[in-house]
Write a protein that binds this ligand. Structure first.
Ligand code: GLA
Ligand code: ZN
Length: 685
């Protein structure tokens, strides 16, 4: 059940506070929204100046009018807290709300998303605003959820933040001795003698103490999450029990979104792919967006349906080139989000403003405000198609495969000196493994190392350099219990403070993989080695590890260099399961062939029985009795897919038998159904 009575949400950011002197336009908005099949708006995201024009003087009248009028017209509201941008008066009266940069420079009033999250004044002002908004609107039948702030990000180096950072460290390490030990500060004589000497990393000061860098990033992320929790508490203090979300930014590097897991009832994200880019094929872009969507969905504790909060109906104006979506791409990219578990398709934004830096950003209504445009028709078409898909709303994505993408691991791995300072490519590697599954039509969750592994048959943990908590034990238990684990080079080297483990590595995993690592060779760009597996030769680049099996069986070996003949691919049986180890950086060709063989054997095979042409994938959402298969063609040309099971087209009712050829036009998606549990997916529970 979605937050809108079992309906897909369709709509987007709506900023009527920019048009308060134009009642004609506000009226026209509602009329046009109905024509576009809009049933939800995200309202008032940057409206603080209109809501509190002077300190302590609140005016919610325009919100009241808009929420009520929209509701009377069948349009619901996701109401924003306006903390994404502060009003002028606040910055000038209370400069502490402004950030200090890493170099110690105080910022001036300007831009957005740049407040000090520690500042008691900012917290108090936000509390008061949120509480009042909740008191006034939480009970309105038109308001269905809260959109807390907007795209949280960035960090502040002010004294208040530094003090809070030291508080975080005191709590974490208990003593300065322990901090010195974990951060290895005897190196270069950087031992701390008192807490006050601990400063956040800065280009003017310390930037090479990896434990410090990592803890600072953790602190900033947790402080931001704490601010979000504070906003939520203020809404609750105002009497709200509505679900809250905040719009996340995919693989944004500044935050560990896992910190938001216990706060948000719903995750939502802003998706701005560069379609038709000329540098990447649409297929590559589709893989990246698919991977991001799965990551965003898995930020939620229960991995239930999430929201696509923003996307552009046409082009952005901040990417290097504002490329228009080619015909049919809007439908396909919108339904891609749905295919990955989104219960909404929402846009930034409803109507283009006349000024400001986003005046040329795509919107449903352009400056001429007509519905006689390609963009408007594309949007309306999505709205009407979503209406026909209601039965699918609320259904789950429950893959049998998971890929670990741990943000703390990413921070540590990318901050490490060596083995490849010119591109360690963690995210790219995660995406490559994901991409191989995508090509095979094998759905996957993208989870952090603190997530449960229990529901999976296949867990892929590329470059899991940093081991936090009990992840090593849980990976071992997963394999011993019958699961299949895939690990790679650069695994299990440091503890959660980026301190190298003593003894053999991968730490805590040598037994499950049945091997240990001796050393790793970093290749220059352009250099390579080769491996032969199942009579096919593959290129190896970037990183080649030298490993020594104890109990693992060797499946493939290096072809060249002084380590020719040594293992690249091994498998070890442990308990009832198996652990594969890929010791070198391979291309997608290898990963595809590897998962083609190993994923089905692990019990995580393709979700539809079919031979998928290049650029075509399938994902599945599972309802109480039905599997809904989203077959997507990311090629501009038409394709035919030979299907090997009995399915029904959900929208047209057409029956498809085993051996039939399923036609998909260029850039299109077809939704097929079959009884739940009859294919390679989990039954709905
Ligand atoms: C982000 C923001 C929006 C808007 C869009 C433009 O996602 O949340 O306010 O700036 O980008 O693409
Ligand atoms: Zn600060």
């Amino acid at each position: 059940m979605s937050i809108l009575h079992g309906k897909f949400l369709h709509g987007g950011d709506y900023n009527p506070d920019q048009w308060l002197d134009r009642p004609d336009i506000l009226e026209e908005d509602v009329r046009q929204m109905k024509r576009a099949g809009v049933n939800v708006v995200s309202l008032g995201i940057f409206a603080w100046a209109a809501l509190e024009p002077e300190e302590g003087k609140y005016d919610f009248s325009f919100l009241e009018e808009r929420i009520q009028t929209l509701y009377e017209n069948g349009i619901h509201t996701i109401l924003a807290t306006p903390s994404g941008a502060r009003p002028m008066w606040m910055a000038f009266r209370y400069p502490e709300v402004l950030r200090v940069r890493a170099e110690g420079q105080k910022e001036l009033m300007g831009e957005r998303h740049n407040h000090c999250y520690t500042s008691p004044v900012y917290r108090e002002k936000v509390w008061e605003m949120n509480r009042r908004l909740a008191e006034k609107f939480a009970g309105h039948p038109g308001v269905i959820a809260w959109h807390i702030s907007n795209e949280y990000g960035g960090a502040c180096w002010c004294e208040k933040c530094q003090e809070a950072f030291r508080g975080y460290l005191k709590q974490k390490y208990g003593s300065l001795e322990e901090l010195n030990r974990q951060w290895w500060t005897a190196f270069w004589s950087h031992r701390y003698d008192c807490w006050e000497h601990v400063q956040a990393p800065s280009p003017l000061g310390e930037s090479d103490t990896h434990g410090l860098n990592l803890d600072w990033r953790r602190f900033c992320s947790r402080q931001t999450a704490d601010f979000c929790a504070w906003e939520k508490k203020a809404l609750e203090a105002g009497g709200s029990s509505l679900p809250v979300t905040t719009n996340l930014m995919g693989f944004y590097d500044g935050l560990d979104y896992a910190d938001f897991r216990d706060i948000l009832e719903l995750s939502s994200w802003d998706s701005y792919p560069e379609w038709h880019s000329g540098e990447k094929s649409d297929v590559q872009t589709a893989v990246e967006i698919a991977c991001t969507a799965d990551y965003m969905r898995c930020i939620q504790k229960d991995r239930k349906p999430f929201l696509l909060m923003e996307s552009t109906p046409s082009a952005t104006n901040w990417q290097r080139f504002s490329r228009l979506k080619r015909p049919r791409m809007h439908m396909l990219s919108s339904l891609q989000a749905v295919a990955h578990g989104a219960d909404s398709v929402q846009y930034f934004q409803w109507r283009k403003g006349r000024g400001g830096s986003e005046k040329f950003h795509g919107a449903v209504l352009d400056h001429d405000a007509t519905d006689d445009t390609r963009v408007f028709r594309d949007v309306a078409e999505v709205g009407s198609r979503l209406q026909g898909l209601e039965k699918i709303c609320g259904s789950l994505v429950r893959p049998r495969a998971a890929i670990l993408l741990d943000q703390e691991n990413r921070w540590a791995l990318e901050d490490s000196r060596g083995p490849r300072n010119d591109g360690i490519h963690y995210l790219e590697t995660v995406k490559a493994h994901y991409g191989a599954l995508w090509k095979l039509g094998i759905p996957a969750d993208v989870i952090s190392s603190d997530c449960s592994l229990e529901e999976y048959r296949l867990v892929i943990a590329p470059m899991l350099y940093l081991l936090k908590g009990d992840i090593a034990e849980r990976l071992k238990a997963f394999v011993d219990g019958g699961g299949t684990l895939v690990g790679t080079y650069q695994t299990g080297l440091v503890n959660e403070n980026d301190l190298c483990f003593e003894g053999r590595v991968p730490h805590g995993l040598t037994e499950v993989f049945g091997l240990h690592r001796e050393e790793i060779d970093a290749l220059w760009d352009g250099q390579c080695n080769h491996v032969v597996w199942n009579d096919r030769e593959y290129v190896l680049t970037e990183l080649c590890e030298r490993i020594h099996p104890s109990s693992a069986a060797v499946l493939a070996r290096y072809q060249e260099d002084f380590y020719a003949g040594e293992p690249v691919l091994t498998v070890n049986e442990s308990g009832r399961g198996k652990a594969y180890y890929i010791a070198a950086h391979t291309g997608m060709d290898f990963l595809y062939d590897f998962y083609l063989e190993t994923a089905p054997a692990a019990g995580a095979g393709p979700c539809m029985k079919a031979a998928l042409p290049e650029g075509v994938t399938v994902t599945v959402r599972t309802g109480e009795e039905t599997d809904y298969l989203f077959v997507q063609n990311w090629n501009p040309e038409d394709v035919a897919v030979t299907v090997a099971e009995k399915l029904t087209d959900f929208e047209s009712g057409e029956r498809i038998g085993a051996g039939d050829s399923l036609k998909l036009s260029g850039y299109s998606v077809r939704i097929l159904e079959r009884p739940a549990g009859s294919g390679n997916t989990e039954r709905f529970e």
